[in-house]
Design a protein around this ligand. Structure first.
Ligand SMILES: Nc1ncnc2c1ncn2[C@@H]1O[C@H](COP(=O)(O)OP(=O)(O)OP(=O)(O)O)[C@@H](O)[C@H]1O
Length: 273
């Protein structure tokens, strides 16, 4: 996939990227600011708007009953694909909730658009369940965004992304704006939900230490290209690309003693120390 911004002169933000996301995996996408992570995510979910242009490439979702050619989707098909199959939690999503509409109205809106057959009481029951799933009291259904803390708003956004049980969730810096304690709570929640519902996650951040903890595999992006993809364990213990080594060494916390990982078992890297 190649994506450019058709400005003068044009900026090629994603250069010939080829990426496979496996069912149920967490794929971390790391790289410094401006390397093209968000543009790539938008490209995968058909969210590019001019001057962005998908110059070439294809996106295929393999489903039980056949493949979906995402680039060919139009109108209603595309609307159904988003949220239903692939949902996205954006950078700064906690500010994306409409402040003057209740949480309930925003959740109901997702169902009204995508599940028109649901009754009000069904919507209510499912919305309450969703809030509880992401650790928000169901009484918050009637709250407005401005009445919620940043962490709660972000949880509500995750509940919305989860609402239709998509196969893939793309999370672009979903916790960056939150303090470290809340950030870790939410990460744990995402990991738990992933185990429960088995969706795959593309997790985008420049925070490589965090990705090492939560990802199955990590793709390292530089200047619009993916320079290395490997298991989190191999990225950490046997980085191949010079840039990956540089990126690892730019996080002092990774050089010293390793702290406790959120993730246990595979991927955390336990061959040394
Ligand atoms: N609307 C635009 N017009 C022109 N260039 C753009 C536009 N949006 C992004 N770019 C350029 O495309 C490149 C990739 O940007 P992108 O936002 O995808 O990077 P990123 O890795 O997600 O960065 P960050 O972590 O800061 O969000 C950058 O060089 C950026 O300046």
């Amino acid at each position: 996939m190649t994506i450019s911004y058709e400005v003068t002169p044009p900026v090629v933000a994603v250069k010939d990227v080829d990426l496979t996301l496996y069912r149920g995996e967490i794929l971390g996408l790391a790289g410094e600011s401006g390397c093209g992570k968000t543009t790539l995510a938008y490209g995968m979910n058909r969210l590019l708007k001019p001057p962005a242009l998908l110059r070439s490439g294809e996106v295929t979702l393999h489903e039980k009953d056949g493949d979906i050619d995402v680039v060919a989707l139009k109108g209603d098909e595309l609307r159904r694909f988003r949220w239903d199959k692939v949902s996205m939690v954006f950078q700064g999503a906690m500010n994306a909730l409409n402040p003057v509409i209740s949480v309930k109205a925003q959740l109901f809106d997702v169902f009204s658009t995508h599940r028109p057959e649901m009754s009000r009481s069904e919507k209510r029951a499912v919305s309450e369940e969703l809030l509880e799933l992401v650790g928000v009291d169901k009484n918050r259904l009637t709250s407005y965004a401005h009445e919620l803390s940043g962490g709660m708003r972000q949880r509500v956004m995750i509940a919305m992304a989860l609402a239709l049980r998509p196969q893939v969730m793309i999370m672009d810096e979903p916790t960056t704006a939150l303090d470290v304690v809340v950030q870790r709570e939410i990460l744990r929640e995402i990991m738990r939900l992933r185990e429960q519902f088995n969706f795959a996650v593309i997790f985008i951040t420049h925070d490589l230490p965090m990705l090492l903890e939560i990802s199955d595999r990590i793709a390292i992006m530089k200047d619009g290209a993916i320079v290395e993809v490997n298991t989190a364990h191999n990225i950490y213990s046997a980085p191949q690309h010079e840039y990956t080594k540089q990126l690892l060494s730019s996080f002092p916390s990774l050089l010293g003693e390793r702290g406790g990982f959120v993730r246990t078992g595979a991927g955390g890297g336990s061959d040394e120390s």
